[in-house]
Ligand binder design. Sequence first.
Ligand code: NDP
Length: 482
Amino acid sequence: MMDLHHWIDGAFVPASKGGWIPVTEPATGKTFARCAAGTSSDIECAVQSARSAFPAWSQTTTAERVALLERFAALIDDHCDELAMLESQDGGKPIARAQSVEIPRVAENLRFFASALRHEHNDAFTSAPDVLHWTHRRPRGVAGCISPWNLPLYLLSWKVAPALAAGCTVVAKPSEVTPATATRFAELSGEAGFPSGVLNIVHGLGSEAGSALVQHPDVPTISFTGGTATGRDIAVSCAKQFKRTSLELGGKNPFVVFADADLDRAASEAARAAFSNTGQICLCGSRILVESSVLPQFQEKLLAATAAMRVGDPADTTTHIGSMVSEPHYLKVKHAIESAPGTVLCGGGRPSDLPDRCREGWFLEPTILTDLPESCALEREETFGPVASLRAFSDESDALRLANATPYGLAASVWTKDLDRAHRLAQRVEAGVIWINAWMVRDLRTPFGGAKQSGLGREGGIESVHFFQEPAGVTLRLGDPS
Ligand code: NDP
């Protein structure tokens, strides 16, 4: 049984009120750890530690911050296997995915923002021979970073790295469902040499620790990734104090396949888009829209690609789809499938061939439904599980109408060989991230974020660093040169 403490002022500390939250391995249903149940007094301690560390940290040179971020990245690489094992254990994700995608991306996030900082430049203007204007960017103080359970360390580091690069100190609140890697991440930050108080991690429930962080008057900047309903509450809370807020929220993303597309590639990517990480990625393509003339052949290919995905023990390196993250989430997704008024093309239940170790785990087969009414919950609301719908469209305008028919606007994937059509749709699909003949191909320099109810603001590139800084326009008039 592991004890996962808060990391405050460069040391592990228990919850001030002594409470614990059990941490369960979802693939087995067994509790393997407990994390500190943070309260507002723990947040208070962490914020005071971050405040005390801020003056010195904000005055460090670019070279010092870059060196620390790069050392931290190297330590993540050195501990990749251990972190991947923890990430797989508390999230139910396939170990191969954690090892080859998610933990390497944590190191990449740290290196990327070290490099962004090294190449940062500011504008300067001369409005008259003796008048110079430039932008001075100062770090905004203590940053609050709140992250979800689906890509725990990947998303936490995507916030923490730019905040530290910007010269802010951080109080982070990971999801209490998957707290293990954040704890190790904190410890490794100490080994990398970050001064005490620069990075603090407080575990606990969103309704308690998360909410106390959002409401704390000494935390002027909140970066949040999570569900749309939580994001709305946080936006309201932050507005009262005019906090700067970035909200990366839910999605119900269309995967649109035209008749002229490479149907083999589109079908295998559609299965990957729907079921990667058990469908628990905000970018998953959960609404598969196919031009009616090719629907039968596409459906056959999609079902074959889905059948080839092995559901199994996340600790097995050949597993493609692990368990759902938790029992409540499993029950929610199962209910969404069972109450959907459509035809199940594949899946819908619990896999029958799980190993003994996983008998009590929360597994669901990859599920595809069709014949759903456009207005039903499964077509409009985020399910966040291994469930996709398949629907025909008649032509480009019908495809566009369906693609935009939800309150979300996070991502879209469009498959066509017609370049004109690709351009038209890239301009008209209401989404913050649009892939043409691709899914989940990312370049960290490009803006990332959602339209409509999928969020506010953009992360990525130098914008992520600037989010944590306050720009000031400075004007200098030279003295009389004579
Ligand atoms: P939640 O919104 O439930 O929680 C996200 C984080 O916020 C958790 O750490 C949570 O703590 C915390 N939290 C909950 N309530 C509050 C509150 N009132 N004040 C402050 N913090 C709070 O999301 P999930 O963890 O369920 O994650 C899944 C969601 O995240 C999906 O909707 C998914 O689409 C979205 N997501 C969006 C991404 C994007 O980039 N747009 C990327 C990845 C996921 P606790 O765990 O204790 O509830």
